[in-house]
Each structure stands twice: as C-alpha cells, then as structure tokens.
Design a protein around this ligand. Structure first.
Ligand code: SAH
Length: 221
C-alpha cells in the first residue's frame, strides 16, 4: 500500500488513467458518472507499491491472501449495473478485498456497507478509504454468506466473489425493486447474474460470462 496519494506519480499519471478510461469506453461502458469516477479514483493506492506502475492497466492484480483487485472493466461494469435501475441509496458489497470497488461506489451512492472475511485485507482497505476521506463506507469483518441484516434492506447487493448458488439469506435483505448482482458458478465458468426483487418473486437476468475468485465460508482473523 502507498502511504501518500501522490507517491509514484510518474507511473500513475493522468495519461495512463485517461488511456484506461478510453479502453472502458471501447469495451462498452457508457455511463459518464462511472467513467469520471474511474478516471479520478487513485487505483494505485489499492495495490502494493511494487505494482503501482500497472495500476491503470485494465487487468486484475494480486492483493495478497490469494485474492485480487478486480479488473477495472469489471468494476466499471458492476458499478454501471448498480446504477441502471435508478439511484440506489444503500449498497451492500460482499468481498471488500482492496476496497477499490467500495471506493468507486462510495462516490456514486450515499451509503456503502462492505463485508470481508479476511481481517488484514479489511484493515488495509480501511486505511486507504480513510486517506481518500470516503467516510460513507462501513466495513465489517464477517463471513458475507449471511449478509449484514443490521443495515438491511439494501437497494443493491453486489458480490465480488462467486458463490456456486446465490445465498438465500441475501435475498431477504433486498428492498422491493432492489437488485442483487453476483457472479454465480464454479471457478472459471461463472455468469454475472442480476436478480430483481418484485412483489411476485425474483426476475433473473444473465449479464454474461465473468471470472471471479470464489466466495468462501468462514471469517479469518
Ligand atoms: N471488491 C474487491 C475484489 C476483491 S476479491 C476489490 O475491489 O478489490 C474478492 C474478495 O471477497 C476477497 O477479498 C475475499 O477474501 C472476499 N470473500 C470471499 N468470500 C467471502 C465471504 N464469504 N465473505 C466476505 N468476503 C469474502
């Protein structure tokens, strides 16, 4: 983790951020709000210093503990999907990881709650979010399979790790009209699924193939 927002400035220049945003546009991200937040959020603070020069490449990067910070395109696409059904007031993310997705969301929605099972990752994410003064994000160290009923209901529940099936407890924590976005399936063959809660039940939409780390049970200190 870099301590200062300006460290490694040469390698993390505006030029490399602008190039990343051009790639996101070429890949089909259209929402101007999302593109602007992707352009201004310092992704290099969310990766190890030694990887800062690759922070604006459109690729996932290791963050330790066998986890990765998602590819910028995936973060942009998930964020765009979050905003597609009207402005959410409260979003639950499962899988804080580096905190980058939470940071992007926190600039577009009033309140973000994010759950992480690996304590040291949660601590690192907290530090960076503090540096960025994103104080509308609540981080919780917990196994996310059960969601976080204390702050429910949520307009959006976003999973950034893949379960084989959507955990039923999460569906109870959605508002009526709210949506859950999750990569679902075994390693290497997941699809991004959208479930919208209606008064009849759930409407399901398949948003295409994706690749995420698995959602694993149990919190680790
Ligand atoms: N959103 C992250 C991507 C993190 S990768 C980012 O922007 O960097 C997925 C994360 O999900 C990992 O940190 C992993 O530890 C976490 N995870 C996996 N299973 C989990 C569970 N049951 N509860 C909470 N977090 C979980």
């Amino acid at each position: 983790m870099s301590a200062s927002p300006t460290s490694g400035l040469g390698m993390t220049s505006q030029r490399s951020r602008d190039r990343m945003v051009r790639q996101l546009k070429d890949m089909g991200i259209h929402d101007a709000r999302v593109l602007e937040v992707m352009r201004t959020t310092p992704r290099h603070l969310f990766v190890e210093e030694g990887l800062a020069h690759r922070a604006y490449d459109n690729t996932p990067l290791p963050i330790g503990y066998e986890q990765t910070i998602s590819q910028p395109y995936i973060v942009a696409r998930m964020t765009e999907a979050c905003l597609q059904r009207g402005q959410p007031q409260k979003v639950l993310e499962i899988g804080t990881g580096s905190g980058y997705q939470a940071a992007v969301l926190a600039q577009l929605v009033p309140r973000v709650v994010s759950l992480e099972r690996i304590r040291p990752l949660q601590r690192q994410a907290r530090e960076v979010l503090n540096v960025l003064k994103l104080d509308n994000v609540s981080l919780r160290h917990v196994d996310g399979f059960g969601g976080w009923p204390e702050d429910a209901p949520y307009d959006v529940i976003l999973l950034t790790a893949a379960p084989v099936e959507v955990p039923a407890a999460l569906l109870d924590q959605l508002t009526l009209g709210g949506q859950l976005l999750a990569p679902v399936g075994a390693a290497g063959r997941q699809n991004l699924i959208r479930l919208v809660k209606t008064d009849q039940g759930f409407e399901k939409q398949d948003l295409g193939a994706v690749s995420f780390v698995p959602l694993l049970p149990g919190a680790i200190a």
